[in-house]
Design a protein around this ligand. Structure first.
Ligand code: RP5
Length: 205
């Protein structure tokens, strides 16, 4: 939930990043982790961006999720002025499919880490922030473990459904090939008339 005492700051270079970044906020809400969301542009409001990074820890934030597109300097610049863990989300723009954003965020120099998720991977950024907080919070870690168990159950159910579907197709193929063999035998035993009877019977079934 958006909170007066947020633990996670979800920031982005522009409100146009929100359709991607909203998934990070949703993940935090699923785990009832208080967060704040805002636009903090590295290029258009650099002084405010630096102030945000410098004050984040003393304001009570514990993790920053920063998303940006194109020349995406926001996550790295925030990481350079805060001791908090920063998770970078490469936001894909109209050109270059987000590769520009990814490379701008991921290629940090030694000493200033940014944990970069996949292009458009804001949900994982939210889940990673939950895991970071959960490392020192038993109840939150328990919820993460339960969440992971639901993913396992879903994946198993998908496998079972797929196996059923394939089994169903193979059974149908077997039934068709059995009908074909019976028809061949009828033709052999009774000639064309028998074969005609069997074809009709096969179609009727
Ligand atoms: C980046 O420029 C922002 O993070 C956004 O992805 C991109 C475009 O911003 P707008 O022109 O839509 O404001 O800094």
């Amino acid at each position: 939930m958006q909170s007066d005492s947020p633990l996670v700051g979800v920031v982005m270079g522009s409100d146009s990043d929100w359709p991607v970044m909203a998934a990070a906020a949703e993940a935090l809400e699923e785990f009832a982790v208080p967060y704040e969301a805002d636009v903090v542009s590295a290029h258009r409001m650099p002084r405010e961006m630096i102030a945000y990074g410098e004050q984040a820890a003393e304001r009570g934030l514990r993790v920053i999720i920063a998303g940006a597109g194109g020349a995406a300097h926001l996550p790295g610049m925030l990481a350079s002025v805060t001791p908090l863990p920063v998770i970078g989300v490469p936001v894909p723009l109209k050109y270059l499919d987000g590769l520009d954003s990814l490379l701008s965020i991921v290629q940090m120099p030694a000493g200033i880490p940014v944990a970069t998720v996949a292009v458009g991977g804001a949900r994982n950024a939210g889940l990673l922030a939950v895991r970071i907080l959960a490392a020192a919070d038993d109840a939150l870690r328990e919820r993460m473990t339960e969440f992971q168990a639901t993913l396992t159950a879903q994946a198993r159910a998908k496998g079972a459904a797929l196996r059923d579907r394939i089994l169903g197709q193979n059974t149908t193929k077997l039934i068709h090939s059995d009908i074909f063999l019976v028809e061949l035998w009828y033709r052999f035993e009774y000639g064309a008339a028998g074969g005609l009877f069997c074809s009709c019977a096969g179609q009727a079934s």
